[in-house]
Write a protein that binds this ligand. Structure first.
Ligand code: SF4
Length: 682
C-alpha cells in the first residue's frame, strides 16, 4: 500500500489476500478490488471532484483496483460517465492520476443496457428481439445491421477514451440482462439471422465488440468481460456462461473474466440483500472460475477479509470484489492490514442508501457511513473543530453513537449517556432477527470505535435536566429516539383507531423482537412496510406461528428503497415457506374479542375477519423529544436529531448524528438532502 504496510500478523493470517497479482500488465498490490457500480456522482456525464474524492478515499484505504462508473457507449443507452465524448478524458486523467498516486489501479466497464434502458431520445430500448425486459417492460427494438455497426463503433470510441484517460484496463459488461445477455439467452433472442439460433450465433455480437475493442486499444491493454448467469428458468445458466468463457478464451478475446450472478430475470441475485449470505454467488461461479485459465474476479456480499482469504483458498479465483463493504468503510483493507479489523464499520446489506439511494435520489451514499459519496463536504477529515468543546450526547442509538464518534474525531470531549445497559437503541432488537443479525455488528463497531476514541460512554444512566446541569456541557446533542405507538393509528384512517382497539391487548415490534411469547395465530397490522415488518414476520413464521399480515401497502415491505423484486420478493418468499398469508391494501375497522375486522378501501363493504391469539401493531413511532424541550433554554448549544425529530430511516439517523457535530461550527450551512420517504430506522 502507498503509506501503510501490512503487519506481519496480517500477512500470516491473510497470505493470499495480501499477495500481489499481475492482471495482464497491471500490478495489483493485493487481491481486494472494487468492481463497477453506478454511483450517480459524476455530473453531466463527466468526472467531477466528488467522484475523484470517492475513489481516492478507497484507494487510500488499501483497495488494489477500483472501477469508476460504467461508460456510456452509445446514445441508445445512458450511463453516468459519457465515454462517447472526448471531453471525458480530462476528468479521467485527473482521477487516474490521483488514484494511481495512492497505489491503486483504475478500470472502467463499457456498458450498454439494451432492453433495460430507455435511449436518450426516448425511443424504444435496443435488444436482440422484440422482447420486453421484465423490469422496464418496454418492447425492444430488434437490432438491425446499422444498429450493430453503431454499437461496435460506440464501444470502440468509449474504450479509446478510457485508454486516453489513463484507465488501466476495461471490461465489457456481458451480463445482468443488458444488451449482450439479450443476445446470449435463447429465451430473449428469437432472431433467425447470423446473431440468433445456435450458440455460435448468439455469442457473435459479444465477440465482435470484444474483437473490435482489442484491435482499437492494442493487445497489451487489458480487456475483460463481465458475465452473469441469469439463474432463472429457461435463461442463461452457469453452464452456458462457462461455455461463453471457454469460447472467449479460445478466441483470445479477453484477458480476464469478472463473474457476477442474476439479471432482470433473477434480480434478487444481483446485489444480495439480507436474504443472501456472503459468497452466495460462488455456488454458480466457483466452478466457472475453476474451469478457465483466465484470471477471474468474483463478488457477492463479501464483508470481511476472512471471507476473501477463504475464497482465494478455494482455488481458481484471483481477485475478490468488495464494493458495498468499502462504501461502508473505505479503510477496510488498511484497517485489516494494520491489525485494526475490529474498527471496520460493517456493511449491513440493507441496500438502503447505496443502490437504494441511487433508486430514490439518483446518487449513492451509505446508511452506516454518512461520508460516502460526500467525501469532500462531509468526510471525516473535515470534522476537526476550530473550538473544541465538552459535548454531551444523550442517547446511544445509531444517531447518538455516530454523533459521539464524529464529536470525538472533531476534537471535542464527548460524554454519551444511554438509559439502557448497552448501545444500540431500537437496533438492539434486531439482534434477534432471523435475517438481519448482521446489524449487531454495527453496534459492536460503535462500541469499539467509541472506546478507541476515548468517548466517555455511560450506559444504564437516564439523562435528566438535573444530570445535564450537573455535567455542564458546552453542547448537547439530544438523540433520544422514538417509541412504538400502540394506539391503533392507521395512515388511511387517521381520524380514529379501529372500534374496540383501546381495550385490546396489543404487542409492538419491540415486544416481539424482545422475546414476547405469542399464541398460535398472530395478526400483524402493518403501517410501515419496511425491514421492521419483515423482522417481526420472519421471526414469528420461524417460530411456527400462523402469521397473517394486514397492510396498507399493496406489497410486502413495499417501502424498501430497492425495486421490490430485488429485496421484497425474496423476503416474501421466505415468509411463504411458513404458515403465512398477506392481506394487501387493507384498513382495519374493528378489533373486538380476539377478532380483527378489515376491508379494502376500494371495497369497504366486503369485510373480512380473522380470529387471533395475539395482535402486533407496527404503526410507526412517536418521537421522544421531551428532554430537548426542557433543555432548549440554557448556557449551552442544543441540537435534536434523528428519530427524536421524527421517526425515519436508519440512514437519516446516522447522517443527522454526524451533521449535529458539524453544526456546532461557525458558518455551518444546513445541508439540502432527501432520504427515502417512509420506513423505519429499525
Ligand atoms: Fe452496505 Fe447498506 Fe451502506 Fe449499502 S447502504 S453499503 S448495503 S450498509
Amino acid at each position: 500500500m502507498s503509506a501503510t504496510q501490512v503487519t506481519a500478523d496480517a500477512s500470516l493470517r491473510y497470505p493470499l489476500t495480501f499477495s500481489p497479482f499481475t492482471l495482464k500488465n497491471v500490478e495489483l498490490r493485493n487481491r481486494i478490488i472494487r468492481t463497477s457500480m453506478g454511483s450517480g456522482i459524476p455530473a453531466g456525464g463527466l468526472i467531477n471532484d466528488d467522484l475523484i474524492a470517492f475513489h481516492v478515499a478507497r484507494a487510500r484505504g488499501g483497495i488494489a483496483l477500483t472501477y469508476i462508473d460504467p461508460a456510456k457507449t452509445h446514445w441508445s443507452s445512458p450511463a453516468f460517465i459519457d465515454n462517447t465524448r472526448p471531453e471525458v478524458v480530462d476528468g479521467m486523467l485527473r482521477l487516474t492520476s490521483a488514484v494511481h498516486a495512492e497505489g491503486t489501479a483504475v478500470f472502467q466497464q463499457m456498458m450498454h443496457g439494451g432492453p433495460t434502458n430507455i435511449p436518450q431520445d426516448g425511443t424504444a430500448p435496443w435488444g436482440a428481439s422484440a422482447v420486453p425486459d421484465p423490469g422496464l417492460g418496454m418492447v425492444c427494438r430488434p437490432m438491425t445491421r446499422w444498429m450493430i455497426d453503431e454499437l461496435v463503433a460506440g464501444f470502440v470510441t468509449a474504450g479509446r477514451h478510457a485508454q486516453q484517460g489513463g484507465i488501466d484496463g476495461i471490461e465489457v459488461h456481458g451480463g445482468h440482462g443488458y444488451i449482450f445477455s439479450s443476445f446470449l439467452s435463447p429465451a430473449t433472442n428469437h432472431r433467425t439471422d447470423e446473431y440468433g439460433g445456435p450458440f455460435e450465433n448468439r455469442i457473435r455480437l459479444l465477440c465482435e465488440v470484444l474483437g473490435a475493442l482489442r484491435d482499437a486499444v492494442g493487445r497489451d491493454y487489458p480487456v475483460g468481460v463481465r458475465l452473469s448467469a441469469d439463474a432463472a428458468e429457461h435463461q442463461t445458466s452457469g453452464a452456458d456462461i462457462a461455455r461463453v468463457v471457454a469460447a472467449l478464451e479460445e478466441q483470445d478475446l479477453v484477458d480476464f473474466v469478472n463473474l457476477s450472478l442474476g439479471s432482470h430475470y433473477g434480480r434478487d441475485l444481483l446485489m444480495g440483500g439480507i436474504h443472501e449470505p456472503p459468497g452466495y454467488q460462488l455456488e454458480v461461479n466457483g466452478d466457472i472460475a475453476r474451469g478457465t485459465s483466465l484470471p477471474t474476479i468474483v463478488t457477492g456480499r463479501f464483508g470481511a477479509v476472512d471471507q476473501v482469504e477463504s475464497v482465494l483458498g478455494s482455488g481458481g479465483i484471483d481477485l475478490v470484489a468488495m464494493v458495498r463493504a468499502t462504501i461502508a468503510d473505505p479503510d477496510l483493507v488498511r484497517k485489516t492490514a494494520e491489525g485494526r479489523a475490529h474498527l471496520i464499520r460493517p456493511c449491513i446489506a440493507c441496500n438502503q442508501a447505496c443502490a437504494g439511494g441511487l433508486n430514490t435520489r439518483g446518487r449513492v451514499s451509505c446508511t452506516v457511513n454518512p461520508s460516502a459519496g460526500r467525501e469532500i463536504a462531509s468526510g471525516d477529515d473535515s470534522l476537526a473543530s476550530a473550538l473544541p468543546r465538552r459535548v454531551l450526547v444523550i442517547g446511544g442509538g445509531p444517531c447518538g453513537a455516530e454523533a459521539a464518534r464524529a464529536g470525538a474525531l472533531a476534537g471535542h470531549a464527548v460524554t454519551l449517556v444511554e438509559a439502557a445497559d448497552e448501545l444500540g437503541g431500537q437496533l438492539r432488537y434486531v439482534r434477534n432477527s432471523p435475517h438481519r443479525k448482521d446489524l449487531g455488528r454495527l453496534l459492536d463497531y460503535y462500541q469499539a470505535v467509541l472506546d478507541d476514541l476515548g468517548v466517555d460512554v455511560r450506559t444504564g444512566v437516564t439523562a435528566t435536566a438535573d444530570l445535564v446541569r450537573e455535567l455542564a456541557p458546552d453542547a448537547i446533542i439530544v438523540a433520544t429516539g422514538s417509541t412504538p405507538r400502540r394506539d391503533g393509528f392507521q395512515t388511511l384512517r387517521p381520524w380514529a383507531a379501529p372500534d374496540g382497539f383501546d381495550s385490546a391487548d396489543v404487542l409492538t415490534s419491540w415486544d416481539v423482537m424482545g422475546g414476547a411469547e405469542t399464541g398460535g395465530t398472530v395478526v400483524i397490522l402493518d403501517e410501515v412496510g419496511h425491514y421492521e415488518t419483515l423482522d417481526v414476520a420472519h421471526l414469528l413464521v420461524g417460530q411456527g406461528r400462523r402469521v397473517r399480515l394486514i397492510s396498507r401497502f399493496s406489497l410486502i415491505a413495499a417501502s424498501l428503497e430497492m425495486r421490490w423484486d430485488m429485496i421484497g420478493a425474496p423476503n416474501a418468499k421466505l415468509l411463504y415457506e411458513g404458515d403465512f398469508e398477506f392481506y394487501p391494501r387493507r384498513v382495519v375497522t374493528s378489533v373486538r374479542d380476539g377478532v380483527v375486522t378489515f376491508a379494502s378501501p376500494e371495497a369497504p363493504d366486503d369485510e373480512e375477519t380473522i380470529a387471533y391469539d395475539d395482535l402486533v401493531t407496527i404503526s410507526g413511532n412517536v418521537p421522544e423529544a421531551s428532554l430537548f424541550e426542557q433543555l432548549r433554554e440554557g448556557p449551552w448549544i442544543v441540537r435534536v436529531v434523528g428519530d427524536a425529530v421524527g421517526p425515519r430511516l436508519l440512514e437519516a439517523a446516522t447522517y443527522e448524528g454526524n451533521q449535529a457535530i458539524r453544526s456546532l461550527e461557525p458558518g455551518w450551512v444546513r445541508p439540502t438532502i432527501r432520504f427515502g420517504q417512509s420506513g423505519s430506522a429499525m
